[in-house]
Design a protein around this ligand. Sequence first.
Ligand code: DX5
Ligand code: ZN
Length: 220
Amino acid sequence: MASSIKISPSILSCDFSKIGKEVEALEKAGADYIHVDVMDGHFVPNLTIGPDVIKNIRPCSRKVFDVHLMISPVDNYIQQFAEAGADIITFHPEATKSIKKTIDLIKKYKKKVGISLKPKSGISLIKDYLSQIDLVLVMSVEPGFAGQKFMPEVLPKLKELKDIIKRNNLSIDLEIDGGINFENSKIAKDAGANVLVSGSTIFKQNNGDLKKNIDLLRQN
Ligand code: DX5
Ligand code: ZN
């Protein structure tokens, strides 16, 4: 696992009237990844963006596109997201009949594989697959909306995952997503997260000073 902290701003909180410019600005401001939240109004009660939008913003940045799929069933869309330019494709275990099949499908397109755990989803759901994946995304809010309050009760799960990763010498990024701000970024890192997703903090704090907000999340 990478030792340095990576920041993955979620474009869910950007100004969608200039989404391409926002992605360019995030790269300039020092983002490591670009986090794209894909929601289907079925797996989660919200609708966001699909593969065509990703395809259109792909030329705006060379950064890693960290695509978080909150759609079910997920397999039918993996090819489209891969071809649109996703680099990491993260899915929820509840959104597929076969976790193994979904992992293999993402790998078929030579993309990195992430699995996301909702706040109440346990590690047991994914522990048999850890050696086959590149990233675990721990949700610290119920998936569906930006701007929700961080749930500290997921921190023990993060710690346990970190221990498993260390003990087994696995090369897995541990990402945390939901309600991350300048106060809780430190406890998330201390619990083992090395990738922090943030939407509202990055786009709304300090009058939307993206660089300042990314730097603060990285340092705090
Ligand atoms: C929630 C999404 C998150 C969220 C992040 O379902 O997966 O990526 O939009 O936004 P903030 O940082 O505002 O919680
Ligand atoms: Zn997300």
